[in-house]
Design a protein around this ligand. Structure first.
Ligand SMILES: N[C@@H](CCC(=O)N[C@@H](CS)C(=O)NCC(=O)O)C(=O)O
Length: 210
């Protein structure tokens, strides 16, 4: 059994959707980041960066294996189950990994900063301008990528899970009111988002922790 330490955030959902997709049984432990539970010494032993999510795999021959950082976690789970979410064929694998890293280094941090400044420093116009502009640029990149393929790396993969978890229901919450037209223009993203949202594993994973 795998222990999942998580909270109801985009990064947390990346882990729970992946666990649902690969079909491994797991037990959920809520780490309430609003109550600073991520700083508890026991949690820091498995997640030294004091962030959720983290997993502990007890279904291994010797000591349990703990993994923090969602990108590493998703790759670990896909490899453990030989899942097609991370293909072994080099070209397809590189495609999935580059878009997974695009999410880890680009979409996640930029959406996160835009959301944070709009929520916490609404008068900080330079910061909001910077992060919203960069987020919109990234949305354009994603929309163009999806123009001639169903999923980000052709077949549904870890990349879609990571990007979807951050995309779903988030953008509307921080995109400034004067920008709504831009969102509607991303028609390829809208089609892809609906396809991801319809997957039973995505529905279940998005609801964790219940
Ligand atoms: N790069 C990390 C980011 C994880 C992250 O930012 N988690 C947030 C919630 S979405 C968190 O735990 N924040 C609590 C804190 O920063 O103290 C990953 O992908 O796992």
């Amino acid at each position: 059994m795998i222990d999942l330490y998580t909270f109801g955030t985009p990064n947390g959902r990346k882990a729970s959707i992946t666990l649902e997709e690969v079909g491994l049984p797991y037990s959920v432990h809520t780490v309430h980041i609003g109550k600073d539970e991520q700083f508890a010494p026991e949690f820091l032993k498995i997640s030294p960066n004091n962030k959720i999510p983290a997993i502990v795999d007890n279904d291994v021959p010797s000591e349990p294996i703990s993994v923090f950082e969602t990108g590493a976690m998703m790759i670990y789970l896909a490899e453990k189950t030989a899942s097609p979410l991370l293909p072994t064929e080099p070209r397809a694998r590189a495609d999935v990994l580059q878009w997974l890293m695009w999410q880890m280094g680009g979409q996640g941090p930029m959406f996160g900063q835009a959301n944070w400044f709009i929520g916490n420093q609404p008068d900080n116009e330079p910061a909001i301008e910077r992060y919203v502009n960069e987020s919109v640029r990234l949305l354009g990149v994603l929309d163009r990528r999806l123009a001639d393929r169903e999923y980000v790396a052709n077949d549904y993969s870890l990349a879609d899970i990571a990007i979807y978890a951050w995309h779903a229901g988030r953008i509307q919450s921080w995109m400034p009111a004067e920008r709504p037209g831009q969102l509607e223009a991303f028609t390829n993203i809208a089609r892809w988002q609906a396809a991801c949202a319809a997957r039973p594993a995505v529905v279940k994973g998005m609801a964790v922790p219940s």
